[in-house]
Design a protein around this ligand. Structure first.
Ligand code: ACM
Length: 492
């Protein structure tokens, strides 16, 4: 019987040569190019931890080895070519070649999946053997992300590192950190100390679903990442060629900001939110608000090295601006006809500052409503109609619609599922999803991303339960050829 080699995501081309290679017969991990040395040591460490086999890393070695080779012209970052790799496992050893170190990182992820599953354990529990195979692989989509909401429920730094590791092994390439929201602010900003002191904590949290109004738990909840924590997170991602994309959500979802700096709003702030939903409080459209944003974005750009900064922009109610003399004066001065245009005024100012910092800007699809600069990347979440709308307006798009890839939705309609926000998104629905809607130029679709909103997923364990196995299936949607996905059996 032919053996089954299980990889997720499925590679583009896999030929099973039969038999196995025992890695303990190899003499070293060879990284001739210094750009592959860090990855070689990561692989050495992983093998040692999970199998007990310690292979030294050398720039050259005569004899059977794991060889990590960078070859050919260097492709640009965030292209399909940058993540392509060629993996050969035969009696001569393991040969992993790519044109970009990101491709080596993806190939190592595949090699890890070829090892026995127990090699993923934290102490030696598996033999260091892999099947003899020939794999030629490249991702279907350039942006393959997972979003983690550490604002609604804070998670320790170690959890974020673990999510980067999980993204890596599934050949994703983006971890999006949702760092700010009504219920908490999670990034230290030295020029704005009250964000850490005040905005990072709420006095309590609603019990059960917010709609049930069942009272609150009386337990303070909070925390934030120091700049040193964030530098560690970014470096951990960089080592694995996982981009850590920060989101600072403005000008709505502002309850925590306004608890710390009430003068940036109408003065009717109610403190850091203790329940969930969409709140009226927004930043007032003033120079002081723009300066606040610039100060925060300056710190973000200092700490994060991703080519993009996400400025949020979702769910921004206009009620406060409708009755605000400050907003009325701005609209008069700038010739803004409709109050929704106030958000567009903010978006333009944020985008201008992010651009001045040498980064690209991303916003949720509401930034389209009042018009956004064409260079802004639009993260579509409401429904797929916005993909076409954004592409028609000249934007590049990250496709992440609520109906398919919000993994805070129910995973099944069984009676034993934990409380969820709403929705029903079983694994099979994710597997059947085609992310590029008909009539949309695929070149404008950067890729896809799943979201792990954490209103109702308070612990790391809750988030993990929501994430898996759907995240693995999303990785397959993002990486594999659609024909391969159709041919594969689907988990029910
Ligand atoms: C969102 O789900 N409000 C982006």
């Amino acid at each position: 019987m032919q053996r089954r080699i299980s990889l997720i995501p499925q590679p583009q081309h896999l030929a099973d040569a039969g038999g196995e290679l025992d890695l303990s017969s190899l003499g070293a991990i060879v990284a001739a190019d210094p750009e592959a040395t860090g990855l070689a040591w990561l692989l050495s460490d992983l093998l040692a931890r999970g199998t007990g086999l310690r292979l030294d890393v050398r720039p050259a070695f005569d004899g059977p080895a794991v060889r990590l080779r960078l070859e050919g012209p260097r492709p640009a970052d965030l292209t399909r070519e940058a993540e392509a790799y060629r993996l050969r496992v035969d009696d001569g050893g393991v040969d992993l070649a790519a044109a970009h170190p990101a491709g080596i990182a993806r190939g190592i992820a595949t090699l890890r999946q070829l090892l026995p599953a127990d090699a993923l354990r934290a102490a030696p529990a598996a033999e260091p053997v892999v099947p003899r195979v020939a794999i030629d692989d490249a991702p279907r989509l350039r942006w393959r992300g997972v979003h983690v909401d550490v604002a609604r429920h804070f998670q320790p730094k170690e959890f974020v590192l673990a999510m980067i590791e999980r993204a890596w092994i599934h050949r994703l390439n983006v971890v999006h950190l949702h760092l700010t929201d009504d219920q908490g602010w999670r990034i230290e900003v030295p020029s704005r100390p009250r964000l850490a002191e005040v905005a990072s904590w709420r006095p309590e949290t609603v019990i059960g679903h917010a709609r049930d109004e069942a009272g609150a738990d009386g337990t303070p909840h909070g925390g934030y990442y120091t700049l040193a924590d964030l530098r560690e997170i970014v470096a951990y991602g960089r080592e694995r060629h996982i981009m850590v994309v920060p989101e600072i959500n403005l000008p709505g979802h502002a309850r925590a900001i306004l608890a710390a700096y009430p003068e940036l709003g109408t003065g009717h702030g109610k403190g850091v939110a203790t329940t969930f939903g969409v709140f009226e409080e927004v930043l007032e459209p003033t120079e002081a608000s723009l300066q606040f944003a610039r100060d925060v974005l300056d710190t973000v750009a200092e700490v994060f090295d991703a080519p993009f900064i996400h400025i949020g922009g979702d769910e921004v109610p206009t009620a406060q601006w409708e009755s605000s003399p400050v907003a009325a004066e701005l609209m008069e001065r700038e010739g803004i006809a409709e109050v929704r245009g106030v958000q567009a005024w903010f978006t333009r100012a944020f985008a201008e500052h992010v651009t001045s910092l040498g980064r690209g800007v991303i916003g949720w699809d509401e930034i389209l409503d009042g018009g956004a600069p064409a260079e802004a990347v639009v993260a579509v979440w409401r429904n797929e109609a916005y993909v076409k709308k954004a592409v028609d307006a000249g934007h590049r798009v990250i496709v992440s619609p609520e109906t398919y890839v919000y993994f805070d939705h129910y995973e099944s309609d069984g009676p034993d599922e934990p409380l969820r926000i709403h929705g029903l998104t079983p694994t099979a629905k994710v597997a059947a999803w085609e992310p590029v809607p008909p009539g949309v130029d695929p070149a404008a679709v950067l890729g896809v991303q799943c979201q792990l909103w954490s209103e109702y997923m308070p612990s790391a364990r809750d988030v993990e339960y929501g994430a898996f196995p759907r995240l693995a299936v999303l990785a397959d949607v993002a990486w594999a050829a659609p024909e391969a996905r159709e041919a594969a059996p689907v988990l029910e």
